[in-house]
Every structure is written in C-alpha cells, then in structure tokens.
Ligand binder design. Structure first.
Ligand code: MRU
Length: 340
C-alpha cells in the first residue's frame, strides 16, 4: 500500500517550507509557502497545519527559518536574535506538547553549532520529521496486532498522515490493520466544530481506498448500543505522567461511552506526546478557540463555549500504543517504566 497521497502535508524544498493548507480540504489541495518564523506561527494558529506531531515538525522547520533570517543580518548573535520567534512559536497552540518538545530538541543543537547554523538545524528538523514517520509505522504494527479479525473501529478527529510526519497514529493503526485484512468497517466522527473527521479523515482514508462511514458525533452512542463497534482508536495531543489523555473535544465522551458498552479504547501517540512533567490531566492547558467556529448557522445573538480538547482519565483507557511499546491500563508506574 502506498504511504499516502501524492501530496506531502509538510515539505521542505529549496529553502522554503510548504504546508498543505488543511483549511481548504477536501475541496482543494493547495500548498502554502512559508519563508519566515512569524508566518509559521500564524499558520499553526490558523490551523493551516494541525495535529500534535505535525505542529511539532512544522515548528522545527520554523526554527530553521528564524535562524536563516537572523544569521543573514546578525551572524554573531543569531541565537539571541531568534528568541522572540521561538517564544511566539511555542505559544502558537497551547495543548499539543509536541510543539514545545520539538522546539526544545532544536534548541539542544544550538551549543554544537559553529558558524552557519542552517545545515545543523535543517538536519535536526528533518530528523524529527523522519523519526515521526518511522514511529507511526511501528505504532501501526503494534496497534494492529491488538485488534481481532473482522474488527469494526471508530475514530475521532484526524490523527492521520495529515496530522503527523506521515502515515498517522490512530489512522496508522487503521491503515496497518486494514492492510492485514483485520478491519471490516471504519467509522469516523465528523468531529464538530472544525470537521476534521468529515473533511480530513474521510478524504485521507479514501485516498488510500479505505472505505469510511461518517457519523454525527452524537450518533456514536447509538452505534455502540447496537453493538456495531469493537474498538475506539484515537490520537492524543498530550499524555500526562499518570496516563490521562488530552485529545480533540469529544474524545472523553467516546471513552465514557466505550466503557459503558464494554468496547475497547486505544490511544495511539509517539513518546513525543508524553509529558512526564505534568502529574495528571487537570494541569493541561486546554485551548479555547473562537466562538465563530461553533456559531455557524446559530441563532443570531447566541454565544458559544469552544474548547478544542478534553481530557480522558487514564482509567478509561485500555491501552496506549507508542513507538517504544504498548501500555495496558496506563498508570504512573507503567509510564515511568516506558519513558525511562
Ligand atoms: O485541533 P487539531 O485538529 O490540531 O486537533 C488534533 C487532534 O486532536 C489529534 O487527535 C491529535 O493532535 C493527535 S494527531 C496524531
């Protein structure tokens, strides 16, 4: 099976960063070219690129662009010159820990650089990108091995090639299991209000000829009640030390529903999504987005609450799949053992 698409969602070519503009999918596949770190910050904020690992990779290339501009004007002080750019990148979206993880990894290279920083920084950004793709393939295999034959799965949001360096986390497992002929039915929540499921997951799976059935988010309960789902498979934006999982708003309700209906709940995320500095999910900063995303078609005068993510307590998670191995019934001890 091909890795996905003939379009690269994140591409570095000839000193420019290209992003597939995810706001325009599925109607249009157009690439946006970015030449400065502030442009990268804005693109992350505006969700031209979205999904925790993809945000991290994009920010890493943003550091390259920041250093390129600073080195051209202040070759001796490029590191101090890019401070502001790095701070703005770090604050572009608050919940996905992969963003600060990638920036820290880029910063860790600074002390080794003598002279022109671009070759070293570009190599590191490309490494982060390639390692993410490789991690997704490992997780795909590990996660698929947990599924029974004739499996029917439900996913939420888009945790696919579009949300990562390529292949995907939750969709990586679905791709691998589909290829192994274990999956007979993929359901995807449309994922209000931004419709990552309807616009992105459906498009991405259909590019790989994987049939997908969309449902309104509120239909998941009835689907489970009718015994039409075996596993829920989702990605994550941040997993805390005790195994609590932040992911797209609506994930928590799926986990509660899954437990009520004796359906297994799998979270697929690389270790770059695990934040051992936070003891539990209540410490995660949850991004709130513009009311307008919810108020489309609403009665004039209504206001809206629009949290982009929620936190699923670890006790509702049956398994976390990472590139370093799986953690069943996650807790602090098991996460510590994996991350050691
Ligand atoms: O607001 P988004 O579209 O960036 O939210 C994305 C998600 O919630 C994904 O499930 C998560 O980042 C994992 S992507 C592999």
């Amino acid at each position: 099976m091909k890795a996905l698409l003939n379009v690269n969602p994140i591409l570095w070519q000839k000193d420019h960063l290209y992003l597939l503009d995810q706001r325009k999918l599925p109607d249009e596949t157009s690439m946006m070219v970015l030449d400065t770190a502030p442009e990268v910050t804005q693109a992350i904020k505006d969700m031209v690129v979205r999904g925790a690992p993809a945000i991290g990779i994009t920010a890493a290339y943003g550091v390259v662009l920041a250093a390129k501009a600073a080195y051209a004007t202040h070759p001796e002080q490029w590191q101090t010159q890019i401070d502001k750019d790095l701070q703005q990148l770090a604050q572009a979206r608050p919940t996905a820990v992969n963003l600060v993880w990638a920036l820290q990894r880029m910063k860790a290279c600074f002390s080794t650089i003598i002279g022109n920083p671009i070759p070293v920084l570009l190599k590191e950004a490309q490494c982060i990108h390639q390692e993410d793709i490789a991690a997704n393939h490992v997780m795909g295999t590990l996660g698929a091995a947990l599924l029974p034959t004739d499996c029917r799965v439900l996913t939420h949001c888009n945790a696919g090639a579009l949300a990562t360096g390529g292949y995907g986390t939750a969709l990586g497992v679905i791709r691998s299991a589909f290829e192994a002929k274990k999956i007979i039915q993929v359901y995807a929540d449309e994922t209000r209000p931004w419709l990552q499921g309807a616009r992105l997951t459906a498009w991405e799976l259909l590019q790989d000829n994987i049939p997908v059935t969309l449902l309104a988010d509120s239909a998941a309960a009835a689907l489970m009640q009718q015994k039409r789902i075996d596993w829920v498979i989702v990605g994550s934006d941040r997993i805390t030390a005790n195994g609590d999982v932040a992911n797209k708003i609506g994930t928590y309700s799926l986990a509660v529903l899954a437990r009520q209906h004796h359906i297994k709940f799998m979270v697929v995320a690389p270790t770059s999504t695990i934040d051992m500095s936070l003891v539990s999910g209540e410490h995660i900063v949850i991004e709130e987005r513009a009311m307008l995303e919810v108020l489309n078609n609403a009665a004039e005068g209504a206001t809206a609450w629009n949290p982009a993510f929620d936190v699923t307590p670890a006790e509702l998670v049956d398994v976390i799949v990472t590139e370093k191995g799986i953690i069943e019934a996650p807790n602090t001890e098991r996460l510590l053992a994996l991350m050691r």
